[in-house]
Design a protein around this ligand. Structure first.
Ligand code: UDP
Length: 341
């Protein structure tokens, strides 16, 4: 059994990944400052997985605290680093907070790992590093361009930091996973996406509208050059994403990597429009969503979907769950979470 440290393990993707790791027999330690999640995640993970991850509440911006937390778990074999701020709009309003949090926590984590010889690192990256891709599907060789927000820029620069760090330390291995659009929830309905305040992303906005918390969903633009005029994204079930992290961590722990800095897209390879997502949600859950077409949102790209070839070839991983399963699980989670309101 190998011990894996999951930073940000109480959050949305982190908590689903903890479940996937526990299901594969890994021991899990969560490092989280609970700034955007609660301890309850750990109870919920235990309820689903039947095993409890250890929680270490630590602010990774603090170098000494980070070093002490790692020292207490120096036998860990790998780190999966989710801990970061992730709200696009908030990052535009508060760029310094984003740069401070996302870089200090990354650098302190890498420094603590280096001191202890914990040489495996999975990074939570994003398709946002491609900016406005010129062609689809987007491959890992597609040019990285200027992201539209400080949040996106933290992902791009973090990958550059990791590239330099792995070039200087050949015994240190990194896999950076570029997520397309993660949605959905664990089938139990015990854990799922819980954004702070008004959601920016499509799926939590849809589920909160269905739950009556938001009056109306605004569909940003129907004049894109797509079949129904709304923008197209590659939505991926969060459990598929979680399982990809386990595959990636096993690749590093088993020393199967071909290079010490590898990058993979995580998507399904299929794009759906905003209206297709709404229709699937309505049909699968037998309800109707109040929505209105409005102007395009600044910085939105018409069409993005992934090439999944590299992940399939090198990791042996492909997404298994379809859009229906994503929209059903998302609503199951929201309903379950609100049942006592
Ligand atoms: N979207 C929308 N209304 C919303 C939120 C999102 O129409 O309230 C659209 C958005 O314009 C994009 C897609 O849904 O085309 C996915 O947006 P999201 O913010 O979830 O992810 P992004 O791809 O922007 O990272």
């Amino acid at each position: 059994m190998s011990k894996i440290i999951v930073t940000g393990g109480c959050g949305y993707i982190g908590s689903h990944t903890c479940i996937a790791l526990l299901a594969q027999g890994h021991e899990v330690v969560v490092f989280d400052d609970l700034s955007n999640a609660t301890k309850e995640s750990i109870d919920r993970i235990e309820k689903i997985a039947g095993k409890r991850p250890e929680l270490c509440i630590v602010d990774l911006k603090n170098k000494n605290a980070t070093s002490a937390a790692f020292e207490a778990h120096k036998e860990a074999l790998a780190v999966i680093h989710f801990a970061a701020y992730k709200a696009v709009k908030e990052s535009v309003d508060h760029p310094l907070q984003y740069y401070e949090n996302n870089f200090f926590s990354l650098i302190n984590t890498l420094t603590a790992q280096q001191k202890l010889g914990i040489n495996n690192f999975i990074f939570s990256s994003s398709a946002t590093v491609y900016g406005m891709p010129e062609t689809c599907p987007v491959t890992e060789k597609s040019p990285v361009s200027t992201p539209f927000s400080p949040y996106g820029n933290t992902k791009k620069i973090a990958e550059e930091i990791l590239k330099d760090h792995t070039a200087a330390n050949l015994d240190f291995s990194v896999i950076s996973l570029r997520y397309f659009n993660p949605i959905g929830a664990h089938e139990s309905g015990e854990i799922g996406e819980l954004p702070n305040g008004i959601p920016n992303n499509l799926m939590p906005y849809i589920t909160q509208t269905a739950a009556g918390i938001r009056e109306k969903l605004m569909v940003f633009g129907n004049d894109y050059p797509t079949k129904d005029g709304t923008a197209i994204r590659d939505y991926i079930h969060v459990m598929d994403l979680a399982e990809a992290h386990v595959v990636a961590v096993n690749r590093l722990v088993d020393q199967k990597q071909e290079q010490n800095f590898e990058i993979y897209n995580l998507g399904t390879g299929t794009g759906y429009s905003v209206l297709e997502v709404i229709t699937a949600f309505e049909t699968q859950n037998n309800l109707s969503i109040n929505y209105e077409i409005t102007a395009r949102r600044d910085g939105d790209v018409p069409v993005v979907f992934a090439s999944t070839e590299l992940a399939s070839k090198k990791l042996g991983w492909t997404a298994k769950r379809d859009l229906n399963s994503m929209v059903k699980s998302a609503w199951n989670w929201e309903k379950n979470y609100r049942k006592n309101d």
